[in-house]
Write a protein that binds this ligand. Structure first.
Ligand SMILES: Cc1cc2nc3c(=O)[nH]c(=O)nc-3n(C[C@H](O)[C@H](O)[C@H](O)COP(=O)(O)O)c2cc1C
Length: 369
């Protein structure tokens, strides 16, 4: 793939100098430092401009409207990196087409005890055991409103922002009715802010497990959300560890409610490393299997969002051809560097051209018959 000189320089600097230093330090401390740096960069027009100059890429063939929302490219930051909505004013300049903040829960939560984040370089994965650490729905909604105000002079956020909601990780939400109240509280806190809402029913690290992977309970949860929902699209985020039968049952429940899209997948618990779920290449095969199954079985009844193990333009291209309208990632960016987003988008333009397609929308699902 032909990349501009500046991108090749940044990529080399990241892989040969910065990454070896960062990968020697505690992963959660590095994550926190990146949040502080990103937040500072997003607070000043000059640092936004410099970031934009270094990383930003756009091309009309990548634009599309999904669920009524305009996306300038299909590559988004997955939930879990910007848990507390501190990066909304810088990620568009890095080149992301959208961002999902959270997961946000009804109440603030300090998460599980440390250590709770590990790198698995050989598997190109992370082991995550945060346990839904976040500042809580009301605080984060307030921060998001302020962040939008900051950007208003520049015309508001230039990319869609999704809100990922989950139930607070504590004993008080272990029973289904209390858990549903908690989800609804988080949903309502973000009224009129954010472009779509994702219901995360697949956190592998929370107290009480994943009760809403049971179809009857999911039905109750989605009924409660239906009763309060506004016009914003709703996505549902699924576990990669579901069997085909379980996946099918949950998709049928989603069809009976106002669910516009399915995100496949969250972290996998199918590993022998200890507590937590694995991201990256460890989840890739299962995430692709679910994507393919959902496209084959449900056609375009759902918008599909692929998440898990995307490290290159080829990875993203493959998933779009298998039915994904949008792509989310975290681990690829940590292993390859922040210039990866522009690299993927540039690569997608080249791959489309190589194969004789005009727009990204021309290839969604063409490999699934
Ligand atoms: C550090 C970290 C924290 C995460 N936290 C959340 C979360 O709060 N909510 C969620 O839905 N997914 C969370 N995830 C899962 C990611 O959103 C994504 O589904 C998974 O990492 C697979 O994508 P990837 O291989 O590109 O990282 C987290 C992942 C990582 C690496």
């Amino acid at each position: 793939m032909s990349l501009p000189f500046k991108i090749r320089v940044i990529s080399t600097l990241y892989r040969s100098i910065l990454k070896p230093i960062l990968f020697k330090r505690d992963p959660e401390n590095v994550h926190d430092t990146m949040m502080r740096i990103g937040s500072t960069l997003g607070h000043h027009r000059i640092t936004q401009f410099i970031t934009h100059t270094l990383f930003f890429f756009e091309h009309p063939v990548l634009e599309q409207t999904v669920a009524g929302i305009h996306f300038r490219n299909p590559i988004g930051l997955a939930a879990g990196f910007d848990k507390n909505a501190q990066l909304t004013n810088i990620l568009p300049d890095v080149g992301f087409g959208f961002e999902e903040i959270g997961s946000v829960t009804g109440e603030p939560c300090s998460g599980n005890a440390r250590p709770r984040l590990w790198r698995l370089p050989e598997e190109k994965s992370l082991r995550v055991y945060y346990g839904l650490k976040n500042d809580g729905a009301e605080n984060i909604a307030k921060r998001l409103r302020l962040s939008r105000l900051h950007e208003e002079g520049a015309g508001g956020w230039s990319v869609p922002i999704g809100i990922s909601i989950a139930k607070t990780n504590c004993a008080a939400t272990a029973e289904t009715p209390a858990a549903i109240v908690d989800y609804v509280k988080a949903y309502l806190a973000f009224e009129e802010i954010g472009d779509y809402v994702t219901i995360n029913i697949s956190c592998p690290n929370a107290f009480g497990g994943q009760p809403f992977t049971d179809a009857a309970r999911l039905d109750q949860l989605l009924s409660a959300i239906d009763a309060v929902r506004d016009v914003r699209p709703i996505f549902l985020k699924l576990s990669p560890d579901l069997s085909e039968t379980e996946l099918h049952a949950l998709a049928e429940v989603a069809l009976a409610h106002h669910v516009d899209g399915l995100i496949t997948s969250n972290l996998t618990k199918q590993h022998a490393h200890g507590d937590g779920g694995l991201s990256g290449k460890a989840v890739e095969a299962q995430s692709i299997a679910h994507l393919t199954y959902l496209r084959k079985t449900f056609g375009n009844k759902f918008i599909l969002i692929a998440c898990g193990g995307v490290f290159s333009a080829e990875d993203a291209y493959k998933r779009i051809r298998l039915g994904a309208s949008l792509i989310q990632l975290i681990t690829g960016m940590i292993f390859e560097g922040p210039q990866l987003i522009g690299e993927i988008n540039r690569g997608l333009v080249e791959l489309l051209k190589r194969d004789g397609f005009e727009f990204i929308t021309d290839i969604i699902g063409i490999d699934v018959k």
